[in-house]
Design a protein around this ligand. Structure first.
Ligand SMILES: Nc1ncnc2c1ncn2[C@@H]1O[C@H](COP(=O)(O)OP(=O)(O)O)[C@@H](O)[C@H]1O
Ligand SMILES: [Mg+2]
Length: 458
């Protein structure tokens, strides 16, 4: 401006223009690079978190899965992990970039006019204080939104599972179901509108402050220029710089809010990772040698673990965990089954037959007494070797949505074709599987055609 007004050399003007162009190009390049780096970092973080959560959840005892609502769990793996990522890849690059812009702009402004710079900085608390309060509010809303999303997701996974859908078809009413779902979906909508409104008010208020500050700069700077203490060019430069000062400030205030909501996601993910699995291999776990083994129950007492031991209140969509202590189910059971012997447990429903069976592959651990396989306490054996020896057929046969072959290979990935057919023959399933359209490669599992027949026979 000064070069133009004072009629300076044309070369100076062109040089300055070229410099502006160069800065713009460098800035664009750095912007892309920064975004790329932060995206890579964010995605890497998500990959780590996701695989860690999957791995950890897998190691949870059966009790965890019977207590936990699948939908809520999947929502943690999806929504919350993504929430954490968003904060990282969106915010990280902006924070560094904005801090640099902020410092450089302030330095240049100070050289032009310290009075105006101080005036501009006087408005700083206007950015910092609401950002803190807003951050807390957004975190609260984020927590609420996550819970509501999980409630909605849970409803879907429950109702759309084959047993759930069958139950609704037989006894439920589709209108009532739709209404129940709509209630949850509406809550998600409401919190979405509230969050967006709060966010907009916040950002708009900050933008308004910058606009008002601009008026201040032109007013004060203009008077200083009229008085001859400031060049007119400096006034224009200061006004331009002011937008470069407040833009990063607004951005940083927004980042603070975003980070605080993202922390909610981190909190929800780590809540799962911090849940210690009840049943783990001891450090000095031994291998159970393959071959026939005896089974012995020695004065076994057992009660199902209470909810607070195995799950999280926030995963069950209830305010507080049901803390009732597990009633004792097995009161001092002792028996011994020798290799090759066939033993049947007979009793009324709820007597504890399935419970006894579940203690053998260590789905649960006994409260006192011991379960021994081949003379060794199951708690001293590695889970892998115990599972290689103990087979258990559950009442509600479940097949994964995959081929018959893949479902069979789950137990022994290295089994050969003839071995698979031998297993099928012994389960009296060979004729049935041979009759399936693609034999071993027929896809079974929830919803697939072959599954009814196969799981019924299984
Ligand atoms: N996952 C569970 N959590 C809490 N209690 C359970 C669970 N499974 C079974 N029970 C209780 O344990 C007792 C024995 O059940 P179970 O072993 O399934 O009996 P059975 O197989 O002989 O019919 C019953 O009182 C039942 O209510
Ligand atoms: Mg049973």
């Amino acid at each position: 401006m000064d070069a133009i007004v004072s009629g300076g050399a044309e070369a100076t003007v062109v040089r300055l223009a070229l410099l502006i162009a160069l800065i713009a190009v460098v800035e664009a390049g750095l912007g892309v690079l920064g975004r790329r780096l932060s995206a890579a970092l964010g995605e890497e973080l998500i990959l780590d978190l996701r695989t860690a959560v999957f791995d950890h959840v897998q190691r949870m005892p059966v009790a965890f899965f019977t207590r936990t609502r699948t939908g809520a769990l999947v929502s943690r793996l999806n929504n919350d992990v993504i929430g954490a990522q968003r904060a990282f890849s969106n915010t990280l690059s902006t924070v560094v970039g904005n801090l640099v812009t902020l410092v450089l702009t302030l330095a240049v402004m100070l050289t032009l006019s310290w009075q105006i710079t101080l005036l501009a900085l006087a408005l700083l608390p206007v950015f910092v204080i609401p950002a803190r309060r807003m951050g807390r509010r957004m975190a609260g809303m984020q927590r609420e939104a996550a819970a509501l999303n999980a409630a909605m997701g849970t409803r879907m996974t429950e109702r759309f599972s084959a047993p759930g859908a069958t139950l609704v078809k037989l006894f439920g009413s589709p209108e009532e179901e739709s209404e129940q779902f709509a209630v949850r979906a509406r809550r998600v909508r409401d919190i979405g509108v509230r969050t967006a409104t709060a966010q907009t008010v916040f950002i708009t208020a900050l933008t308004l402050v910058s606009a008002l500050a601009l008026a201040l700069v032109y007013g004060v700077g203009g008077r200083l220029a009229l008085g001859g203490t400031l060049e007119p060019g400096a006034v224009v430069a200061l006004a331009l710089l002011l937008t470069r000062l407040y833009a990063p400030l607004t951005s940083l205030a927004g980042a603070r809010v975003e980070v605080m909501s993202a922390l909610v996601s981190f909190e929800r993910v780590f809540e799962i990772l911090d849940l210690e699995p009840l049943i783990q291999d001891t450090p000095d776990a031994r291998e159970l040698p393959p071959g026939p083994v005896s089974v012995e129950f020695d004065d076994v007492r057992f009660g199902y673990p209470s909810a607070d031991k195995v799950s999280l209140a926030s995963l069950e969509e209830v305010a507080t965990l049901d803390t009732r202590g597990g009633d004792v189910v097995l009161h001092g059971i002792s028996f011994r089954a020798e290799p090759g012997q066939t033993v049947a447990l007979v009793g009324s429903s709820g007597a504890g037959k399935s419970t006894i069976a579940g203690l053998l592959p260590r789905l649960y651990d006994v409260d006192s007494g011991a379960v021994r396989v081949g003379g060794a306490d199951v708690r001293e054996l590695t889970a892998a070797s115990l599972r290689a020896t103990v087979g258990m057929v559950t009442q509600d046969g479940h097949l994964f949505h995959d081929t018959v072959r893949a479902n069979l290979l789950l137990a022994r990935p290295e089994a050969t074709g003839p071995e698979l057919w031998d297993a099928l023959r012994r389960a009296r399933l060979d004729t049935l599987v041979r009759a399936l359209p693609d034999g071993l490669d027929t896809v079974v599992g929830s919803g697939a055609t072959g599954s009814r027949a196969v799981s019924a026979s299984a």
